[in-house]
Design a protein around this ligand. Structure first.
Ligand code: TRH
Length: 391
C-alpha cells in the first residue's frame, strides 16, 4: 500500500512565516478547519510563534509544543532532528514548497503505509494553474511522491478555503445592526459615525495610501477608515500627526481615520463584514474579502520583475470584466497599468469617484462570483477527496 490516506486521522503542516506574518494566516485557517470539521489530529509546525500570536493571541511564544484550539502547535526551530516513522502523520503538507526537515522526510519514507505528501501552492487566477494542480513529483532518492495542490477559482483547481458555517455566520452578523454597532463601538467608532461610509485598510507598505487619504478627505461624503495597528504606519502617522496606536484617531475634511488593534482572525472577518469597502492584501485576507460579500481592493504581495502584476491582471480579467472603475483603481493601487508605476503620484480623486460610482455593480458582481466559487466546493473538502483518491 502506498498511502495512509484512505481514512486519514492525522495531518502535519509545515509553515514558514515569510515577512512579518506571512503564511501563518492560511495555515492556521487550514489547520482549524481540518481539526474542527473533519476531526483530524493536526500538528502545525511554525517557525515564528510571535507572528502567529498576532492573529491568535492564545499562542504561547515560548512553548516548544502546545495545544491551541485543538491543534497541536510545534515550534519549528530548524532542520535538525531525528524522527521515527510513527512520528509521521497520514498526510504531510508543505506550505509553498518549504523544505521539510530531512529527518522527517526520511521517516516518511520508512513509514508503512506511506503518508500522502502535498505541496500546497499559492492562490493565482492564472490559467496554467489548472495544468499543474495535482501533478506528482517523485523524490529523487526515496520512495516518495509528492503532489502539488493549488487553490483556485475553477473546478479544475482546489477551490478556496471556506469553513462550513462561514456564510451563515456572515449573514447573521450582517442582518443584525445591533451586533455590528456593538462590534464597531468596541473598535472606537462613535455613534455619530455609524452612517459614514466605512473602509477597512490592510496593505503592504508600498501602497499609495497618503494620496488616497487626500481624496477621501476632499470627498463629499463622511468616510471612516479603520486601520489595524502596524499597517501603513508612515502615512497613518502623517495623517494623525502622532503615534499610530490603537485608539488614535483624527478627522480632516470628510475623512475620519481610526487606528484599531490588530485583531484575532475571527474578529478580522467581522471587520470585513461590517465595512462598505475592504482593502485587503496577500492571500488569506483577499479570500476572506471575497466571502465577505462587500466590494474590495486587493493589494497583491510585490514580487521581483513585477510578476505580481501578471497575477493581478489574471484575477481582474476573471472577476472584474466590464468594471473599469474597479480595474483602474486596482491597477493603480498596485503600481500597474500606468507608465508611472508609482501610484503615489496619481490623483486619486477621479479614481475614487469612478470606483464609488461602480460600487452597486461591484456588489452585484461579487454575489455572482461567490455563487461560482461555492460551486467549486471548499478547499479542505477537495483536498481530502484528492488525498483519498491517491493509489
Ligand atoms: O500576511 P500576508 O501579507 O500574507 C502573505 C500571503 O500569504 C502571500 O501569499 C505571501 O506571499 C506573503 O504573505 C509573504 O497577508 P494575508 O495572507 O492576508 O494574511 C494576513 C492574515 O492576518 C490573515 O489571516 C488575516 C489576518 N489578520 C488578522 O487576523 N487580524 C487583523 O487585524 C488583520 C489586519 C489581519
Amino acid at each position: 500500500m502506498l498511502h495512509a490516506a484512505a481514512r486519514p486521522t492525522s495531518l502535519a503542516i509545515f509553515c514558514k512565516v515569510v515577512d512579518n506574518y506571512g503564511d501563518i494566516g492560511i495555515c492556521w485557517r487550514l489547520a482549524r478547519q481540518l481539526r474542527h470539521e473533519h476531526d483530524i489530529a493536526v500538528t502545525l509546525w511554525v517557525d515564528d510563534l510571535a507572528s502567529f500570536r498576532r492573529i491568535w493571541p492564545a499562542v504561547d511564544v515560548d512553548a516548544d509544543a502546545q495545544a491551541v484550539d485543538g491543534v497541536q502547535v510545534r515550534h519549528w526551530r530548524g532542520q535538525d532532528g531525528a524522527f521515527a516513522p510513527e512520528d509521521v502523520a497520514d498526510i504531510v503538507i508543505e506550505f509553498f514548497g518549504v523544505d521539510i526537515p530531512p529527518g522527517y522526510v526520511a521517516a516518511m519514507a520508512q513509514r508503512t503505509p506511506r503518508p500522502a505528501w502535498i505541496n500546497y501552492e499559492g492562490l493565482s487566477a492564472e490559467a496554467w494553474v489548472e495544468g499543474c494542480h495535482r501533478l506528482p513529483s517523485m523524490h529523487p532518492r526515496l520512495p516518495l511522491t509528492k503532489h502539488f495542490f493549488f487553490p483556485g477559482f475553477t473546478d479544475r483547481t482546489g477551490g478556496l478555503l471556506r469553513e462550513r458555517a462561514l456564510l451563515d455566520a456572515r449573514d447573521r452578523f450582517q442582518a443584525d445592526p445591533a451586533a455590528q454597532a456593538a462590534f464597531l463601538a468596541r473598535l472606537g467608532v462613535a455613534p455619530a459615525e455609524m452612517d459614514a461610509f466605512r473602509v477597512s485598510l490592510f496593505c503592504y507598505p508600498e501602497a499609495p495610501v497618503a494620496p488616497l487619504f487626500d481624496a477621501w478627505r476632499d470627498g463629499g461624503r463622511p468616510l471612516t477608515c479603520l486601520v489595524p495597528e502596524g499597517v501603513a504606519r508612515v502615512p497613518v502617522e502623517a495623517f494623525l500627526g502622532g503615534a499610530a496606536v490603537p485608539g488614535a484617531q483624527a478627522t480632516r475634511g470628510a475623512l475620519t481615520l481610526r487606528v484599531v488593534p490588530f485583531m484575532r482572525q475571527d474578529d478580522y472577518d467581522r471587520l470585513l463584514w461590517a465595512c462598505d469597502l475592504n482593502v485587503v492584501r496577500g492571500e488569506d485576507s483577499w479570500v476572506r474579502a471575497q466571502w465577505a460579500g462587500k466590494p474590495f481592493i486587493w493589494h497583491i504581495y510585490p514580487q521581483d520583475e513585477n510578476l505580481h502584476h501578471v497575477k493581478l491582471r489574471a484575477f481582474l480579467q476573471r472577476s472584474a470584466e466590464g468594471l473599469p472603475g474597479l480595474t483602474a483603481f486596482s491597477l493603480r493601487w498596485n503600481g500597474a497599468g500606468h507608465p508611472d508605476m508609482d501610484g503615489s503620484a496619481a490623483d486619486w480623486r477621479p479614481l475614487w469617484t469612478s470606483l464609488q460610482a461602480e460600487l452597486p455593480a461591484i456588489t452585484q458582481r461579487n454575489a455572482e462570483w461567490q455563487a461560482r466559487m461555492l460551486a467549486n466546493g471548499d478547499l479542505v473538502g477537495n483536498l481530502l477527496a484528492f488525498v483519498r483518491s491517491l493509489p
